[in-house]
Design a protein around this ligand. Structure first.
Ligand SMILES: [Ca+2]
Ligand SMILES: [Ca+2]
Ligand SMILES: [Ca+2]
Ligand SMILES: [Ca+2]
Length: 352
């Protein structure tokens, strides 16, 4: 996978400002700020798997400070080499259940991972270090959020609250049941046509400025309302974490207010990209995030010329599995007839 120079510029910019919203596809470099050791306020979770604190009924919440514990474990997702102290919870659901494990309200750079029934170092059942969607709830300091964990009744899940790099501090752990989110493709929709991503997927399909040569899905303007069904997701590629980015090209003869809307099985980033200077300055005019299973719209008055409607996940969260379905609606994108748009005066001028 090769990148246009624009992507490199963005990565450099992101290392300074990790929260900038961009149409980039590769996870930005993490800045190595450790958020300081907080004053230990208590010892709540268990020290290790053998002494794990038992989680009872859901919803469950607990809070404490990891600095008072010992560093027993670490897992890579995708950062390794952490020396952070950790504590452990154990949960044995009576029946199959879909849950979120939420550390967003914590005050340091957390990491969370889960073992199923046994300690399996190197191959955790689930692992999340940074969930940028936490930024919707708290000052984002790289906290963690496991979404849609499918737990099997009767199995025991060891949930490790850990940290990045060596960081530790106050945490709040919430575990709660969630409903499965399934997005159906509306009737009469057209299909994106990109295969579902997978581990080591090389996204050459409608990857826009994130690939050389550039690639776009060209939107047909002949339908009044356009509905496109596509898929997205997050995947490892060449040692980094990537997301499937989908770039839908619009070409306007004159400025027009376009309304886009989308609903997805993953958290989405949705927006209009300025393509007036090509990929060299591709950046959002306007963007919005859409929580999973929540139809969300955005309007913007685009100038004449080319612009892109961008769809991707809102974070480099491997919990956003490849093949997460979405549908995208585009309203206000109409073909303009050259005859209608041409004044009588200018037509006469053609025959002078
Ligand atoms: Ca650790
Ligand atoms: Ca983290
Ligand atoms: Ca796609
Ligand atoms: Ca794509």
């Amino acid at each position: 996978m090769r990148f246009a120079s624009f992507a490199v510029v963005l990565v450099l910019a992101l290392s300074v400002c990790a929260l900038a919203v961009t149409p980039n596809n590769v996870m930005p470099e993490k800045n190595n700020v450790v958020h300081g050791v907080n004053v230990p306020s208590g010892r709540v979770g268990g020290e290790d798997i053998a002494t794990a604190t038992v989680v009872g009924a859901l919803p469950y919440t607990d809070a404490g400070n990891t600095c008072v514990f010992i560093d027993d474990y670490d897992e890579e997702c995708p950062y390794t080499g952490s020396t952070s102290p950790d504590c452990v919870y154990a949960f044995t659901p009576a029946a199959d259940v879909l849950v979120d494990m939420f550390l967003c309200m914590s005050s340091y750079d957390t990491k969370i991972y889960v073992y199923e029934n046994a300690y399996t170092p190197g191959v955790p059942f689930l692992c999340v270090d940074d969930a940028s969607a936490c930024g919707d709830f708290n000052t984002y300091l790289y906290q963690s959020w496991i979404t849609d964990a499918a737990l099997v009744g009767g199995n025991t899940y060891y949930i490790v609250v850990d940290g990045y790099g060596g960081d530790c501090g106050d945490y709040i752990l919430d575990i709660y049941e969630v409903e499965e989110c399934i997005v159906e493709c509306p009737p009469d929709a057209i299909y994106e046509g990109e295969p579902d991503c997978y581990d080591e997927y090389n996204d050459l399909f409608n990857a826009g400025c994130n690939n050389v040569p550039e690639a776009y899905s060209v939107v047909d303007c002949s339908n009044e309302t356009i509905v496109i069904c596509g898929t997205t997701g997050v995947f490892p590629f060449a040692g980094s974490t990537y997301r499937d980015t989908d770039w839908y090209m619009l070409t306007l003869d004159e400025p027009a207010t376009i309304t886009i809307g989308a609903e997805s099985e993953a958290g989405l980033l949705l927006g209009f990209v300025d393509m007036s200077a090509g990929c060299a300055n591709a950046a959002f005019y306007s963007s919005i995030t859409a929580a999973k299973c929540t139809y969300t719209t955005l309007s913007y008055t685009l100038p004449a010329g080319q612009s892109v409607v961008f769809v991707s996940t809102d974070a480099w969260d491997l919990g956003y599995v490849c093949g997460s379905d979405y549908y995208l609606t585009i309203d206000g994108y109409e073909c303009t007839s050259p005859v209608e748009e041409t004044t009588w005066g200018s037509i006469k001028s053609l025959y002078r």
